[in-house]
Design a protein around this ligand. Sequence first.
Ligand SMILES: NC(=O)c1ccc[n+]([C@@H]2O[C@H](COP(=O)([O-])OP(=O)(O)OC[C@H]3O[C@@H](n4cnc5c(N)ncnc54)[C@H](O)[C@@H]3O)[C@@H](O)[C@H]2O)c1
Ligand SMILES: [Zn+2]
Ligand SMILES: [Zn+2]
Length: 361
Amino acid sequence: MPQQVRGVIARAKGAPVEIVPITIPDPGPGEVVVAIAACGVCHTDLTYRDGGINDEFPFLLGHEAAGVVESVGEGVESVAVGDFVVLNWRAVCGQCRACKRGRPQYCFDTFNATQKMTLEDGTELTPALGIGAFADKTLVHAGQCTKVDPSADPAVVGLLGCGVMAGLGAAVNTGNVGRGDSVAVIGCGGVGDAAIVGARLAGANKIIAVDRDNKKLDWARDLGATHTINATEFDVVEAVQDLTGGFGADVVIDAVGRPETWKQAFYARDLAGTVVLVGVPNPDMTLDMPLVDFFSRGGALKSSWYGDCLPERDFPMLVDLYQQGRLPLEKFVTERIALDQVEEAFESMHRGEVLRSVVVL
Ligand SMILES: NC(=O)c1ccc[n+]([C@@H]2O[C@H](COP(=O)([O-])OP(=O)(O)OC[C@H]3O[C@@H](n4cnc5c(N)ncnc54)[C@H](O)[C@@H]3O)[C@@H](O)[C@H]2O)c1
Ligand SMILES: [Zn+2]
Ligand SMILES: [Zn+2]
């Protein structure tokens, strides 16, 4: 029987989010219904609400979540009722040209649920990143559920489902940060701070945090930054060069995603260094730069989808490191809120007061 639960939707561009009844179908073949335990508020949810991703309103927001499998559809073998799972938004297909070449982290045909969740009047919802977890329950593809240690706090490990994995993976997987590297991270929200944690885990010896907000810089230092730069007070490129013997950092991660921050990342990087773009630009943003600079400075210019992660490989491992006290994931949870406080959480995010607000159900 289809069931009705509460969900947080964005009905129209820029309008405040609403909490409404939504209808969840029984899971079909390959699908799973998950009872959500916790879901973090990511900047991407706000970008959806503001129409910066696409126009497929109404959106069912929320995509950084952990919960318990409530029911499974035909043919589902990877998870069973009662399993504690972190949801992921890149369930790899195993069949596309990227998967077949042994690069499933780039899968070009990732899986989502086939059936639609709807409003009471039958209007189909677009779940954010194919998840939609600001809700009591959600419908996903079985491949979007990754089993992890059930004794872990869902509000903490749910964050692996998006921002923390994206940032940490941007440093470790995409940026390939290694022992002794110098790393600069521009934008120290949940994603940028996770990149800092990842750089530290990988053995970087200089980790430079850049933000416009001193409180964010304090948090970044607490999470492992060795140096901080307030972008409103200093020229970012010069300041990074000053801290790296005049050369620039080996890896610079743009966790904001604007033309000006990407340019800073590009020029704050040492010759033959790596730029990683993990912040998501809006479709109207463009870049105008001398082509010769790209050639003469060499190195790699990369983008990071979801930290180039493989959920089945990375989520259980990172949960273990967290449980062992080697990964301070709990520091990303600034506040725990109720389902009807998502709009307030967007405002707190905008004012820079939180790393993550986490909806706890
Ligand atoms: N690539 C991915 O897979 C992926 C996954 C999740 C989120 N994201 C994106 O990552 C970005 C960051 O997400 P978040 O949740 O950490 O957001 P956030 O709002 O919590 O953090 C952004 C930070 O950047 C700082 N900032 C803004 N403009 C700046 C500037 N010009 N210079 C320096 N600092 C500046 C802000 O003060 C803030 O601390 C967003 O664009 C989000 O959509 C990407
Ligand atoms: Zn694939
Ligand atoms: Zn996200």
